[in-house]
Structure formats: C-alpha cells, structure tokens
Design a protein around this ligand. Structure first.
Ligand code: NAD
Ligand code: AKB
Length: 318
C-alpha cells in the first residue's frame, strides 16, 4: 500500500530533516507535516501540506488523519530529557497522552505508527557498556519513564490490536539544520556553533562522560529503513537499540581541533543534565537492529565532525 504520512512535532530537530527525507522518498504530496504552532521553517511548511496539531487534542489529530486519508503516523511530538526534568508534569502529559491519542487513532483508522524511543529508557542499574537490546530498564527521569511506558504501549497495541508499531532507541542526535529541543545530549550540537563563532565552548556535561551519539543522516536512514522493513523478520519492534559512535566531550573537542586548532573547551556543569547523562549507558549493542532489518550506520566521529563543520560554515555563509 502506498504511504500517506502524517508527522507530528515536525518543526523539531528530527522533524525538520525527516519531513524533507520522507517527502524525497514518498513525494511532497504524500507527507503532511504538523506541529503545535506554525513557525517559519520553509523546508517543512512550504514544501507540502502543513497542519497545526496539538497532540493533546485527539479530535484535531483524528480530523487531519481523515482529511488526508493518512495510513502512517510518524509521531515525533515530545518533551525531551532536560526540559522534562524542569517540567515533569508537561513531559508526562505530552509524551504519554500524546502517544496514547496517536495509538488510538492508528487502531481506529488502521495506520502504521513509527515513534522514536531513546537511550533514556535505561537507568543506573542497566549494564553500561554494550548495553543489550533486552536488559534492566529502570530510568530515573520523567522523560525515561515516559519512553519506557511508550515502548510498552506500542508493543501492546501491536500484540492486542495488530497496529503496526515500530521504533528505535535513538542516542543523542547531532545535526546542523535545526537546534536540539532541550535534551542532555544537546552539548554535542552546541559545541559546533561555538567552535565556529568563538573557537571556545563551555560544556554543561563533564569531561569523561560517555554517551551514544549519531549523525542525523544515519538517523533519517534508520527511520525509513525500519518503516519499510519486512514485518516477518521483526522479532523486536519497540524499540530497537541503534548505535554508531560513543564519545565524551574531550574526544569530540579533540576531533574539532583537527579542523580548528585553537578551539578550547571549559566546563560549567549543569547538575541536572550531568546526573541524567551519568544514568544513561556509555554505548549500546545494536545487533538485533543489524540482524532484523539491516541497520548499518555510515558516519563515525571523524566523518561526522568534518561534515558538520563544512555544512554549518555553508549555512552561515562562511
Ligand atoms: P524537539 O524537541 O526538537 O521537537 C519536538 C517537537 O514537538 C517540537 O517542534 C515541539 O513544538 C513539538 N511539540 C511539543 N509538544 C507538542 C504538542 N503538545 N503537540 C504537538 N507538537 C508538540 O525533539 P526531537 O529531537 O525532534 O525529538 C523527536 C522525537 O525523537 C522525540 O520523541 C524524542 O524523544 C525522540 N528522540 C530524540 C533524540 C534527539 O537527540 N533529538 C534522541 C532520542 C529520541
Ligand atoms: C535527550 O538528550 O533528551 C535526547 C535523547 C537522547 O533522548 N537527545
């Protein structure tokens, strides 16, 4: 069946690029972008249909799904880890009730659902290195709690109602098109802007703190590959570990220094986001994704840093 896709939260870090990626694959007229307010992001709002949808408004969501005869919902609207610790009740509401509305509409209107989970599903009791697909998940953040519950809800809707739900546990995503929306891994994006502007960056995450990271082109490819994967091969669904690189701030800085030798990093640690980072794994084992749907990332830290700096320079007209 030909896909007619609705993307929620499409003006965020992932949506800004995923909308273009999916319109490139399926056609501009087959992908409807949405967010809770319309902002001036021409690559999303001017290249195809755009609708204002607050995912807490289930009637509006259902009306748009009917209007465009949507058969696939890519659900990105969420509150991320840093903001979620400052506004836990908002994170609970948007992340859980928003997903519940999407799943109910998908059940009624027979839609496929793709929604990203996160490395935030893991917690301090989880094995830190080579974190397996199935392991202890006792997150200590509201964001992580909603992401674990979200994975379970998606599995429930698949097993109980046959809704074709799929997802990946994204690590921190590094990208140049849009800024990140208030997560713990955001330092790995901000560092590039300051490296180019000031040749210096003050990190809110401490040296030596490893987290999994991924460059956006690999993340986009992960979404479209899993959406198209043969369902008969999927043993897991919600959600797959995916990995491509793991680093700490000093290693990223050293890589940037290969292009900007005078670049310096200082530290002013944010205790909230540092505690979150310490509760997450150092690196995930993504064997299941590789075996079940052929996941294979292209970028490592060195190729990512070269491309990020080149693309940001172009964007800033340098
Ligand atoms: P983001 O914060 O950049 O964007 C989220 C978007 O959701 C924003 O445009 C915001 O306006 C919108 N939104 C918030 N509340 C809404 C509501 N009530 N109704 C409609 N829209 C609403 O986030 P992102 O980085 O693009 O993340 C998208 C998804 O990917 C989330 O589920 C997130 O948990 C997951 N994820 C992201 C990362 C990452 O590093 N970016 C890593 C792991 C998982
Ligand atoms: C965050 O830091 O909250 C996100 C994530 C890893 O889910 N980038």
């Amino acid at each position: 069946m030909k896909k007619r896709i609705l993307i929620t939260g499409s003006l965020g870090q992932i949506g800004t690029e995923l909308t273009k990626h999916l319109r490139g694959i399926y056609g501009n007229d087959k992908v409807v972008a949405s967010d809770m307010v319309k902002k001036d992001v021409p690559e999303v709002t001017e290249t195809g249909a755009f609708e204002v949808i607050d995912v807490l408004d289930s009637k509006r969501l259902a009306d748009v799904v009917s209007k465009y005869k949507i058969n696939t919902i890519v659900h990105l609207a969420a509150i991320l880890s840093g903001v979620g610790e400052h506004k836990p009740s908002l994170a609970y509401n948007v992340n859980l009730n928003g997903l519940y509305h999407v799943l109910e509409i998908a059940r009624e209107k027979e839609c496929q659902v793709f929604t990203p989970s996160s490395i935030a599903v893991f917690g301090p009791d989880t094995p830190k290195d080579g974190t397996p697909q199935n392991t202890i998940m006792r997150p200590t953040t509201m964001y992580g709690v909603t992401k674990v519950a979200g994975e379970l809800l998606c599995d429930y809707y698949f097993k109980r109602f046959g809704v074709d739900t799929r997802g990946v546990r994204f690590p921190g995503l590094v990208s140049y098109a849009a800024l990140p929306g208030g997560g713990t891994t955001d330092y790995a994006v901000h560092i590039f802007y300051d490296a180019l502007e000031k040749q210096a960056y003050e990190s809110f995450i401490a040296a030596g703190t490893y987290m999994d990271m991924m460059y956006m082109p690999d993340a986009l490819h992960a979404v479209s590959s899993l959406m198209e994967a043969n369902p008969e091969k999927l043993v897991h669904r919600n959600a797959f570990n995916v990995a491509s690189m793991s680093f700490e701030p000093e290693e990223l800085a050293a890589e940037i220094r290969k292009h900007i030798p005078e670049f310096e990093v200082t530290y002013n640690i944010d205790p909230v986001r540092q505690a979150i980072a310490e509760s997450w794994p150092n690196s995930l084992d993504d064997t299941c994704a590789r075996e079940e749907w052929g996941w294979e990332p292209k970028y490592d830290i060195s190729s990512m840093v070269s491309d990020m700096l080149e693309q940001l320079k172009k964007k800033q007209g340098k």
